[in-house]
Design a protein around this ligand. Structure first.
Ligand SMILES: Nc1ncnc2c1ncn2[C@@H]1O[C@H](COP(=O)(O)OP(=O)(O)OP(=O)(O)O)[C@@H](O)[C@H]1O
Length: 244
């Protein structure tokens, strides 16, 4: 079974049809990048996957659970599917270490010593052990985003969703975050869906590129093929605009 499966999914904001007949399968371990013009529905699409935006049409199966079924408990999905946002969304009144330990303690009921050891290991992975007792506001944007990623990893998720994770960062911070994301993508068990304008990351790290426009998926193409020559004219135009 696929990790994520959209089956004729439609989403409306009031009368506005934001996602139109979305069909998409993502297998466990895949890294998929979503690109497309502003307002094409990329953020909306990934926010539907962990139930942050409800869908009105079709079926969306995530890790075996159907989000169109009202009886589905969203917490079961969010436990296995983490989300990294543009603006980090760390708990401002908790230390870095507490940010990492909170969800494993509350949701996974993880033993305190194991939780702390796991959190410290993740801080080491993201190169920020020395920030464990600091408050998030004392960190740079790039550091905060690496902590946000570590916090998602602390739940040992099966899939991670990234919504423009580097768009709010100063240019010199972007690379550290992209390198970390690349390391995570190289873990063959992790499923990743990434909305990004970073074409270098898309080209080097992703397995597949999804190109969206006006709430539709226009292309779903293996990465090398997409960058060689996208089939759709709108994708060709989009690529030629951002290459310059
Ligand atoms: N909460 C909302 N209420 C009403 N309309 C919304 C809402 N969120 C998004 N939209 C509209 O849905 C469309 C898709 O928005 P979305 O943010 O998913 O696009 P996007 O491709 O991620 O854009 P960007 O690259 O600019 O972030 C846009 O026209 C947007 O104005």
């Amino acid at each position: 079974m696929s990790m994520i499966e959209f089956n004729h999914v439609g989403k409306y904001y009031g009368d506005f049809h934001a996602l139109k007949d979305i069909n998409l399968e993502v297998e466990a371990g895949e890294t998929v990048v979503l690109i497309g013009p502003s307002g094409s529905g990329k953020s909306t699409l990934i926010r539907t996957i962990n139930g942050l935006e409800p869908i009105q049409e079709g079926h969306l199966i995530v890790n075996g659970y159907d989000l169109a079924d009202r009886k589905t408990d969203m917490n079961k999905i969010r436990k296995d599917v983490g989300m990294v946002f543009q603006h980090f969304n760390l708990y401002a009144n908790k230390t870095v270490l507490e940010n990492l330990m909170l969800a494993p303690r509350k949701v996974l009921k993880m033993d305190e010593a194991e939780n702390k050891a796991n959190a410290m290991k993740l801080l080491e992975k993201v190169g920020l052990v020395d920030k464990a007792e600091k408050m998030p506001s004392s960190l740079s944007g790039g550091q905060q985003q690496r902590i946000a990623i570590a916090r998602s990893l602390a739940m040992k998720p099966k899939a991670l969703l990234f919504d423009e994770p580097t768009s709010a960062l100063d240019p010199e911070m972007i690379n550290d975050v992209l390198i970390l994301m690349q390391e995570i993508a190289e873990d063959s068990d992790m499923t990743m869906l990434v909305v990004t304008h970073e074409m270098g990351f898309a080209r080097e790290v992703s397995d597949r590129v999804i190109f969206m426009a006006d709430g539709e998926i226009l292309e779903d193409t293996p990465t090398a093929q997409f960058f060689e020559k996208p089939t759709e004219e709108r994708a060709q135009q989009f690529l030629s605009q951002i290459k310059h």
